[in-house]
Design a protein around this ligand. Structure first.
Ligand SMILES: [Zn+2]
Length: 262
């Protein structure tokens, strides 16, 4: 069973969606930049550039990120780590999600949230994009935007690549340390944060990826009292208390703008 098929069981349970805005900072904002994974030197990301082109190399030290099937690996050491996801479940997940009402309905909800809270986003990253099913919702909501899918596990990205071809940039990355600074208008994290042991670090990492005033739209399971074996099978670290996500996001530098239970 996969994390998200456990999510299927949650369909009748309450979930929590949060839209969060990163406050604008005084002074010149940094970015959009990519920081060399080796020496940390910044390089500017041009208007229509990919976030991390596979051919990019650092002008300072010559470093180039390793690649696999045309995908830049920004956190290769974490690729096979399995803190919060059963890697074998990606194939099963891909089969289930295209047909199952929970995933289809969830994509409609995400499409609505994006149009309502980030209609003008031009550059988007979905973290924890898995097999890329939710990227369909982002493409539908923002047909003109440059959309990227980030995922710790390249096993998911291989499926996402078949689904989206060149329409989406795919990056093997760790949201806690993406190497992207002030680079995107919208980050989506759909049923991802509950898999991450240090979700505060992930939220800080996301805040760093966003330009000032940028938006995070996140969905998480809520109510610890609903914890069940399904959460354990799904490698969830937690279900969220009512204000927990908003509080953690505020501590990471966000300003909650919308936080319904759905
Ligand atoms: Zn470098």
């Amino acid at each position: 069973m996969s994390a998200r098929s456990a999510g299927l069981k949650r369909a009748t349970n309450a979930g929590k969606d949060v839209s969060l805005r990163k406050p604008r900072l005084a002074g010149a904002p940094p970015g959009p930049l990519r920081l060399c994974r080796s020496c940390g030197a910044p390089s500017a990301i041009g208007e229509r550039d990919a976030l991390w082109p596979p051919a990019w190399h650092c002008a300072e030290c010559g470093y180039a990120a390793p690649t696999a099937d045309g995908i830049s690996l920004l956190a290769p050491a974490q690729d096979q780590e399995n803190e919060g996801f059963d890697l074998k479940s990606f194939d099963l997940l891909a089969k289930v999600e295209a047909e199952h009402f929970w995933f289809v309905a969830r994509n409609e909800l995400i499409c609505w949230l994006v149009r309502r809270f980030a209609a003008n986003a031009r550059r988007v990253v979905e973290i924890g994009c898995g097999t890329g099913f939710t990227l369909y919702a982002l493409r539908e909501a923002l047909p003109e935007a440059q959309i990227a899918g980030g995922e710790l596990h390249s096993a998911g990205l291989a499926i996402a690549s078949k689904r989206h071809g060149d329409a989406v940039e795919l990056l093997q990355m760790d949201a806690r340390d993406s190497g992207l600074v002030g680079a995107v208008d919208l980050v989506g994290a759909f049923d991802v944060l509950e898999h991450i042991a240090d979700d505060g670090a992930a939220l800080r990492g996301i805040a760093g990826m966003l330009r000032p005033g940028g938006t995070l739209i996140a969905t998480v399971p809520q109510h610890p009292w609903l914890w069940s074996t399904a959460d354990e099978v799904a490698h969830h670290q937690r279900r969220y208390r009512p204000r927990e996500l908003a509080d953690k996001a505020t501590a990471a530098g966000f300003e909650p703008v919308y936080s319904p239970a759905l």
